[in-house]
Design a protein around this ligand. Structure first.
Ligand SMILES: [Zn+2]
Length: 327
C-alpha cells in the first residue's frame, strides 16, 4: 500500500503533467490564431543556441556578445507579450501555469517541504482517517425527536423531549453558523441517546460548507496516532498534525479507548492544542463526570467544561426503543 507521502507525490506529478498539457494546448491555439507569436518564440529559442555557440567558440568579445543577446532576448519577450495582449490574451498565456507557483508543483523549496505539500498531506491523511473511521455521516432530517419521552423523568425531574429539542436546535444552529473559530461541544450522556447522530450531522453540514472535518472514534484516532508514533516507517507526525489542524474534529466516544499513559497524554495534547489554536472539537462520551475525572484527572475535565459548550443528553436508549418497535 502506498504511504500518504507517495500518494501526495503522485498528485504533484499529475499536477505538473497537467500544467504541461495545458501549456501545449494553449501553444496549439496560439499557433493557429497568432502565428507571429510562434515565430517570436522560435527566435527566442535561437538566442540560447547562439549563446552556447559563443561560449564554445571562445569568442573574444564574449561579455559584449552576451549583453547583446540579453537585450535581444528581452525585446523578443516583450514582443510576445505585446502580441498576446493585443489579441486579447493574458501576457503570461504561454507560460507554464502551476497549481503552486512557489515550488512549481515539486513540493519542495530549497530542500524544505512547500506549504502546498503540507496542505496536501493533511488533506490526504484526513481522507484516509475518515475512510478507516467506518462512521457514516448522518443528517438532521433523520433525527427523530419522537423517540424521546414527553413525561417527566422521575430520576432527573426533566422532560427528555424538551431537553432534546433544545439540544437538537443548538446543534443545527451550530452547524449553520459554523466558523473555524467556533467553540467546541462536549456531549455527555448514556449510550444510545443520539450523540453520535447529532455530531455526525454537524460534520456533514460543515463538510458541505467546504470546511475540512475529521470524524471518528477516539479509539480509532488514538490507535492511528499510536501506530504512527511507534511505527518503524514513520518519522512523520502527519496523523497527529492532521487532527491538530483540521477545522473541525469529531472525537466520538471518549473513554472507550484503552487507558494507557500514551493515550491519556495524546487526548490532553489534542484538546489543549486545539483549544489554544481556537479550533473547535466536538467530543462525546458515555462516561459520567465522576468517571471522566477518575480517568483523565480533575484538571483535564474542568478544562474541558470551561472550554466547550456542554450538552447533557437525556432519555432512554433510542436504539433499544427502535429495535423493540421494529419487532
Ligand atoms: Zn508548493
Amino acid at each position: 500500500m502506498n504511504t500518504t507521502l507517495e500518494i501526495c507525490m503522485q498528485e504533484l506529478e499529475r499536477r505538473r503533467t497537467t500544467a504541461l498539457i495545458r501549456q501545449a494546448e494553449r501553444l496549439e491555439r496560439i499557433s493557429r490564431e497568432i502565428p507571429q507569436v510562434i515565430a517570436v518564440r522560435k527566435e527566442l529559442g535561437l538566442t540560447s543556441v547562439r549563446l552556447s555557440r559563443m561560449i564554445l567558440e571562445k569568442q573574444t568579445d564574449l561579455a559584449q556578445g552576451i549583453e547583446q543577446l540579453k537585450g535581444a532576448n528581452l525585446a523578443l519577450q516583450a514582443r510576445e507579450k505585446e502580441l498576446l495582449t493585443a489579441h486579447g490574451f493574458p501576457a503570461d498565456y504561454l507560460e507554464l501555469h502551476y497549481t503552486c507557483p512557489h515550488c512549481k508543483d515539486t513540493g519542495f523549496v530549497n530542500g524544505q517541504r512547500c506549504t502546498c505539500l503540507d496542505a496536501l498531506i493533511r488533506q490526504t491523511r484526513l481522507a484516509e482517517l475518515n475512510r478507516v473511521s467506518n462512521m457514516q455521516l448522518s443528517s438532521f432530517s433523520t433525527f427523530q425527536l419522537g423517540y424521546y419521552s414527553t413525561e417527566v423523568d422521575p430520576a432527573t425531574g426533566v422532560v427528555p423531549r424538551r431537553i432534546m429539542e433544545e439540544i437538537f436546535q443548538f446543534c443545527r444552529h451550530y452547524a449553520d453558523a459554523f466558523r473555524p473559530d467556533s467553540r467546541g461541544i462536549f456531549m455527555i450522556g448514556d449510550t444510545g441517546l443520539g450523540k453520535t447522530h447529532l455530531s455526525l450531522a454537524i460534520a456533514q453540514a460543515v463538510i458541505a460548507k467546504g470546511f475540512p472535518v475529521a470524524y471518528g472514534s477516539a479509539q480509532d484516532f488514538l490507535r492511528a496516532v499510536e501506530e504512527e508514533h511507534f511505527g518503524r516507517a514513520a518519522v512523520n507526525r502527519d496523523t497527529l498534525n492532521s487532527l491538530l489542524d483540521v477545522d473541525l474534529l469529531i472525537f466520538d466516544d471518549l473513554g472507550a479507548e484503552f487507558a494507557s499513559s500514551f493515550n491519556l497524554s495524546t487526548v490532553y495534547n489534542l484538546i489543549n492544542t486545539r483549544c489554544n489554536r481556537r479550533k473547535p472539537t466536538i467530543i462525546s462520551t458515555n462516561l459520567s463526570t465522576q468517571e471522566l475525572e477518575e480517568r483523565y484527572s480533575q484538571r483535564v475535565v474542568s478544562r474541558l467544561f470551561s472550554l466547550l459548550d456542554c450538552l447533557r443528553f437525556v432519555g432512554r436508549d433510542i436504539r433499544q426503543i427502535r429495535s423493540r418497535q421494529q419487532k
